[in-house]
Design a protein around this ligand. Structure first.
Ligand code: ZN
Length: 261
């Protein structure tokens, strides 16, 4: 029976993933995210609903536009699949409740920005305003005992001090990295957007757990540089994907890490 639920949640994730693709494609181009409906960027023909089914259509069309046969970016099915997996893993960890909705929102924001970062090496800090406010409201509901404790996930909630220090440390640490790399290496070692993403992660994972995120993201960054970015001679490594993966990892072992303090 539980697999049936997982399946439904996965499908739900695929549908959202399909919408996230629209965001990833349109936010950097400053286009409306509602109109017009999806169309092929090359031949401009609008994509029919039956060619827009997450994952399935990509496979049936063998990754090409039905009309002009232009290759469709792998990013589309990858985002859909990862969103499906993300929804299932959060559901597996905390079940279906207000907390899972909040964390799905938070990690979806990070997922969308990770792909925007990969595609454009640019970030849109505005996207983080709403999740920041929602997380603060969510945390206050618990803090001021407005809702029953079992209605939200007590284990993953932080007190305001942890959250605010996490936010400041998250932002300041990457600000320092950026400042020092500008001074020492005379080049931009850290994007401005990364600073806010890191502060945002600090807000919902708190201090000192934000440091585990830095460790994981740092290792992933170095590995990806050595395996890929060094070969294509690109010194600008998108860092948001690694911060996001780091925060997801820390979130999953949150209770264990927090127990250490
Ligand atoms: Zn086309």
């Amino acid at each position: 029976m539980i697999f049936y639920y997982y399946f439904i949640i996965f499908i739900f994730g695929l549908v959202f993933g399909s919408f996230f693709n629209v965001l990833i494609y349109r936010i950097p181009e400053k286009k409306s995210i509602v109109f017009p409906s999806s169309f092929c960027p090359v031949c401009k023909k609008s994509i029919k609903w039956y060619d827009n089914i997450p994952l399935i259509s990509y496979i049936l069309l063998k990754g090409r536009c039905r009309y002009c046969k232009t290759k469709i970016s792998m990013i589309y099915p990858v985002v859909e699949f990862l969103t499906g997996i993300l929804f299932v893993t959060i559901f597996m960890k905390i079940g279906l409740n207000l907390a899972s909705v909040i964390y799905i929102f938070i990690f979806s924001t990070l997922l969308v920005n990770s792909f925007i970062d990969i595609k454009t090496k640019n970030l849109y800090v505005k996207i983080f305003i709403l999740p920041t406010i929602i997380y603060l409201i969510y945390n206050s509901l618990f803090y001021f005992k407005i809702v029953e404790e079992n209605f939200i996930l007590k284990e993953t909630l932080l007190n305001f001090r942890e959250s605010i220090i996490g936010f400041l440390v998250g932002g300041l640490f990457l600000f320092a990295v950026r400042f020092l790399s500008n001074k020492i290496m005379k080049r931009e070692g850290m994007g401005e957007g990364d600073i806010y993403v890191s502060a945002f992660i600090g807000l919902f994972l708190g201090y000192p757990l934000i440091f585990y995120v830095f460790i994981i993201a740092g290792i992933l960054g170095i590995v990806s540089y050595l395996l890929y970015y060094k070969k294509i001679k690109d010194p600008f490594i998108p860092f948001v994907p690694f911060l996001s993966l780091g925060s997801l990892t820390v979130f999953f072992i949150f209770e264990i890490l927090r127990g250490l303090y």
